[in-house]
Every structure is written in C-alpha cells, then in structure tokens.
Design a protein around this ligand. Structure first.
Ligand SMILES: *Cc1c(COP(=O)(O)O)cnc(C)c1O
Length: 229
C-alpha cells in the first residue's frame, strides 16, 4: 500500500464515524523522511505530528525553506524536557504533551511573539502508567488552572496515550474516562479539542468523542526508530 492509499483509507474510516462531530487527522511522521511527508502533502494532508524536538524542528525548518507558501500545522506530541522547550516553542504550532507547570511556563516565555500563541493540550496519564508522561486525573484541574493563565499559550484541550489493549471493548475504557474529564472541564476553560486515538484504536476513540486522532503507521507504514534524528 502507498501513503496515498493509506491516507485515503484512514480518511474514509474517519468520515464513516464522524457523523456527529468533526475529527481532525494528524499524520504522525516521526522517523519518516521529508519525502514521505511531501507525499502526504500531495494528498492534501497539512497537519503533522512529531515526537522528537530536534528531528521535528529540522523538518519544520525544511518545509519553511522549501515550501514557504504551504500552510502546514506542526504538532509536538512527544515527551518534552526543559532543555528542549525553546526549540519546540520556536518551531511548532501545537504542543500536545504538556504535563507540568514548569514546561508550560517555559513554553510561554520562549514563544516568539511573531508566531502568535502556542496551542497546547494537557496530557493526562489516564491508565496510571509508571513509565508514561501525563498528569494524574486528580491533579488535572490545578494544572489547567495554571496553564490557562499563561499569556503566550492557548489552552485547547486534553490528550492521552492509553496503554495498548487487545480486545475491542477494552479499548473504550480509557477513552470514556477521558470523555468524562473533557466534559467536566470543557466549559470552564473553553476547551475544543480532545486528542485521542492512534492507528490501532482511532475508530473506538472517535466513537468515544475524540475530536483529533494521531495516526502514524496506518499512513506511513512501520517505523524504523534507527531513522530518528
Ligand atoms: C507514535 C505516536 C502516535 C502514532 O502511533 P501509530 O500507532 O503509529 O498510529 C500517536 N501519538 C503519539 C503520542 C505517538 O507517540
């Protein structure tokens, strides 16, 4: 299957599900070369997700230089360390993995005013995983409060990366919990984005109320992490 055929298939699945609300598709291009991204752009895909600050910034720079007229949208979706916040604040349009006040504060301070506000999602550790990033649901309200006051950030919503599950019914469990949290805080913070669903579970995520899915391998094929910069 080609990237073009894969994209068409993913889009058809999304359209089939999203009768009740709009769902945006982020093509997760981490580890893939700019040529693959260009192929997706040729099929009309303009929003891309990257996990690594350095690799992502290089790709953003490449497209700024070679295709300055293209209105691409870059989402940083990986774990973010303090020493990488400047790179991210200077290159990306969205950060989906904000889970600490410290990181949010640095992103706000380091955001160049010429780029406008940085859109952010707060990542929730919905499965209480030790190794994963994300704020605990019990601490979510406090973090939303802090992030919403930062001048150069635009708080848009919530994001999660649930642990992998085999059974279809099982996949709904974390998404339904996220939906409850989203509905709980939606009005108070004027949230409009619930980012959940990847290649293996985006249909279940959409059925649970996701407004943004992040799909990598179902579009670009299997990743080779040796290629990550
Ligand atoms: C890699 C990644 C994805 C895409 O995963 P696929 O299973 O390839 O669709 C989505 N979200 C995040 C945060 C990721 O790191």
């Amino acid at each position: 299957m080609t990237i073009s055929e894969n994209l068409k298939h993913v889009r058809e699945c999304i359209v089939k599900e999203h009768a009740k609300h709009d769902v945006s598709l982020i093509a997760v291009s981490k580890t893939f070369a700019v040529q693959h991204i260009e192929e997706a752009i040729h099929c009309g895909q303009l929003a891309f997700g990257e996990n690594y600050a350095q690799e992502g910034a290089q790709k953003v720079q490449y497209f700024r230089e070679h295709f300055p007229a293209l209105r691409l949208e870059w989402h940083f979706i990986g774990p973010l360390q303090s020493n990488k916040t400047r790179l991210v604040a200077e290159h990306f349009d969205w950060v989906q993995s904000v889970d600490r006040v410290k990181i949010a504060t640095r992103l706000s301070e380091q955001r160049p005013s010429s780029l406008g506000k940085l859109n952010v999602l707060v990542e929730v550790n919905i499965d209480d995983q030790d190794t994963k990033s994300g704020v605990a649901p019990e601490q979510l309200h406090e973090l939303l409060d802090a992030v919403s006051t930062l001048p150069n950030l635009h708080l848009r919503g919530l994001m999660c990366i649930p642990k992998p599950r085999e059974g279809e019914e099982e996949k709904y469990v974390p998404f339904q919990k996220m939906r409850v949290l989203f509905d709980q805080y939606r009005q108070e913070y004027a949230l409009d984005t619930l980012s959940m669903g990847m290649s293996a579970d985006f249909v279940e995520a959409i059925r649970s109320g996701s407004t943004m899915v992040r799909v990598g391998s179902a579009i670009f094929g299997a990743r080779n992490y040796k290629n990550h910069l």
